[in-house]
Design a protein around this ligand. Sequence first.
Ligand code: ACM
Ligand code: ZN
Length: 549
Amino acid sequence: MKKLLLLFALLAPMSATAKAPTLQITPQPREIKLANGCFNVRGAGFNYDSSLEERTVNAIGALADDISAATGKMSSVAIAAGVKSSSEAAKIKGIYFLKDASLPEEDYRIEIARKGVKVTASSHNGFFYAVQTLRQMLPVGVYKGKAGGKWKLPCGVISDGPRFAYRGMHLDPVRHFWSVEETKKYLDVMALYKLNRFHWHITDDQGWRLEVKRYPALTEKGAFRNGTMIGRDFGSNDGIRYGGYYTQEQIREIVDYAWERGITVIPEVDLPGHMQAALTAYPHLGCTGGPYEVWTRWGVSEDVLCVGLEETFGFLEGVLDEVCELFPSEYIHIGGDECPKVRWAACPRCQARADALGLVSDEHGTREQKLQNYVTARIQAYLADKSRKVIGWDEILEGELGDGATVMSWRGVAGGIAAAEREMDVIMTPNNYCYLDYAQSSDLESEPLGIIRDPKRAVTLEKIYSYEPLEGLSEKAAGHILGVQANLWTEYIATPEHLEYMLLPRMLALAEVQWCAPADRDYARFHAALVGHQQAILSSLDYHFRPEE
Ligand code: ACM
Ligand code: ZN
């Protein structure tokens, strides 16, 4: 199998069998027009517009360095002097990266002639994606600066840009913790396939992973649990203390690292449920007062924040103040999923709050659901004052939520469709297509222990590829679908190898769902590119993936 992969890698990126050569680029570019001839990249000079951002020049420089190392001939990198962005590729010598403000934000265009290559884009992301496409057009050695293959680009024009502006991938560092280096490797593979949002689920019942200076006990006590349940045995505990957290310095490092790669980090502080680790640190913020312990098992805890207590809001605001300082993202995710209401129903303070608000159960929702709507709206208003918008899981729709929040539809597509029809913005992440903690094959015995037991719920590569995010939506509502995301919860995933196995290659199928117009999606073509070229790229970068043949 490995040998076969290597053979394919040598043939790639051109498919040897097709009459017209086919580039094996993932996600498939919008338009590729190939012509006769090639451009030789060996020793080619790289030139860039002086107006490009430093991070863009870094990405261009890294490509030039890798080509130099692989071909043994130095490629220079310099500011393009005296070249107007209107010049044609045929008239220039070398590779030019020139700004074209008329292109949509994340689009790019690559024109390849025998003597010159012209790359245009209007933003960092556009140029960054052009660099990813150029890399995928070269022998796989380009990723590690290794020799082998033909260092030529076929002449022609590639004109490309994404279907959706929001192309997300989520990671759960709570159930199992991922180091800064592991997180960067995760971001690297997202960047390779042109994803641009990293949803980082940094707080939950089983651990608080974010350093908050004003509330040090969150990480001193809340970041570590006294053991973890074994396998599926909810009554067990391995007795091994487990945990970790990210210092504010490390968080800034991750945010910067992602930004260099065109990725915005969206932090999630899940509230008012999924707060048992925080309650362990500050038990007076719970309805019963505790004591609580950082949870050692999976599931949905009934212990949630007491929202009758005014101090709870002071706490959340203090946490969110620091979150906003650390994360420059337009959106802050405030969770809202799986918040049982049993404690609130029995809590005099929560009941007094519901009375004061005049909340009653009716056809729109229960009194306690409306209490959660109050929490969502209050936090949403607090963040709006800081010019931030909120994202919440689709449970925030239960009751009588006002507008303005963006809904992340995870319990299938119904919540997302209902919200979009109400003209709320939506990110689609339906569990039946986009939950990458679900097994990749219906032969559950052959897969690692995971969260699903029903083989019919497997999310195969073909299944995620088949997802059409705008199905079932009116044209007006379709305009409210910001994009698509897949989620990777880690209850049953404890090692980086297993994490990558669950991510790959399904994230490549996700990338085409996010990037390509429906007419450009073709599973057979995608699969051929995966087997013929993309798996070799992933192998060369030491990713673990579920191999396809
Ligand atoms: C979720 O999977 N609880 C959003
Ligand atoms: Zn309460």
